[in-house]
Design a protein around this ligand. Structure first.
Ligand SMILES: [Zn+2]
Length: 111
């Protein structure tokens, strides 16, 4: 059916991207010669079964906790950014008002 992932030419990849995606989805094998991954040994030139247990020494809840923490941090940052943005907007409003006023006074001077 399909040739191994390792044999794809750079120029072929875009055209075969759908197939490639299905080949690398939930990978179980890693290629010993070029470090590609695939869910079937036949997709690789030197396949080796991945040791998935060694890969994730952390428990799921640990990972989730970390993700939550990171998200909270991001939210804080976002809130800060929003505050700063509001401040800047206020400043901008004031500036615009000033400019409008000076324009008005200028034009009134001309007339
Ligand atoms: Zn390979």
């Amino acid at each position: 059916m399909s040739k191994s992932l390792c044999k794809f030419r750079r120029t072929e990849i875009v055209g075969q991207i759908q197939q490639i995606q299905s080949m690398v989805e939930a990978p179980k094998y890693v290629c010993k010669s070029c470090a590609r991954v695939a869910n079937r040994a036949s997709f690789l030139c030197k396949p080796m079964e991945m040791d998935l247990k060694a890969q994730s020494s952390e428990t799921v809840s640990d990972v989730q906790k970390k993700a939550l923490k990171a998200q909270k941090k991001r939210n804080k940052k976002l809130k800060k950014l929003l505050k700063e943005q509001k401040k800047l907007l206020k400043k901008q409003d004031k500036l615009v008002e000033k400019i409008e006023r000076s324009k008005y006074s200028l034009s009134s001077k001309v007339h």
